[in-house]
Design a protein around this ligand. Sequence first.
Ligand SMILES: [Zn+2]
Length: 439
Amino acid sequence: METTTDIFEGKHSLLITNVVADGKAVDIFIDETGTIAGFGEYERKEHKGDAEFIIDGDHALALPGLVNTHTHAAMSLLRGYADDMILQDWLSQKIWPLEAHLTGDDVYLGTRLACLEMIRSGTTAFNDMYFFMEDAARAVDESGLRAVLSYGFIDLFSEDKRETECKATENLVTHIRNMKNSRIKASAGPHAIYTVSKEGLEWCAKFAREQKIGTHIHLSETEKEVQDCIARYGMRPSAFLDTCGILTPRTVAAHCCWLDEAECTLLKKRGVSVSHNPASNMKLATHRAMPYPLLSAAGVNVCLGTDGCASNNSLDLFEEAKIAALLQKFYWNDPTILPAQEALAMATVHGAEALGFATGGLTVGAVADIVLVSTRRVCNTPLHNATSNLVYSCNGGAVDTTICDGKVLMLEGKIPGESAIREEAARASYELVRRERYS
Ligand SMILES: [Zn+2]
């Protein structure tokens, strides 16, 4: 590396030398538009004179940036605030009362903290659903990451509330369009079938279709959700959502623990992507693992998510890939299910496909969303099989360089402004708890 003075300022042409991708030693040249313009064994000869900065990869493993397909980023402020409780009590006694005191500034600072954690652990894109999303968008814009942002639409079956939620969804889409930032997209975010009326779901489906945007929803997280749906609508959740028009190739459905076989076939038919959130499911004890064998047999695009930080409690997708592989093997009683290669694909290419970011992996012409995982770590020693180490022994702490859209966000473990982001988020979190306590 020539200098660190302003590699973090804006985009530069970059030559990354001496990294390993798919088992081969390569150099990667990224042009000033943020596109991979050279990829191979001899790029350093070809592009040495063109690059403003040269990053010595030092035998690191180069991967496409990881993609977190379900989270509530600003919930990073609630990390460790309440654990080990029954889902309903956890929500009604701890999470919702605190969230009632959230401000736009809190969401901005919490999202900044989440982005910092994602950059540090190699995630370059995420799918977010929360409130005060204009403030979240500001944090994402500054962070350099990619995101799809949805306002969590919750009408609680009330017509008045529905109007407010429709307006908030429309406002967010307009706001994000006006930002003109190609890294940030809006989507519709009907929270779930137990918090949104049929009319609300139908409105979201129509709106998403008209605006040509995605839809982000929680689906079949608990058995109660399935049973209540059958009692209320006479059909299982996926079939019901289909009648509302929610299931499309631009839809990401999170959790999906309680799907049956017919629902897996239906999701495939509609082109829906399923986001597996194994840590959150185990922590809140959903009592059934997402049926990966059925979804994979049906050919559904299955990707990975961490869920919000209060139910995980980290945003580290490397850890999530390991937990996914282990949970699937354990729950379905078969160690051949979800091998490391598939778990890593869920965290990378399948996630990019789900969010419609044509990041395309590590090839010439693809946008440069690249992370470098150090091989000078215990977790990568010995290195018989890079994929095995990445999923089963390393976590996000082994990432030392993160590049998104051709811009360097972390270099050799260094992220500009990190301590201020941490300190301001911590202060906002303690202040939020204080407001709730004395309200
Ligand atoms: Zn969630």
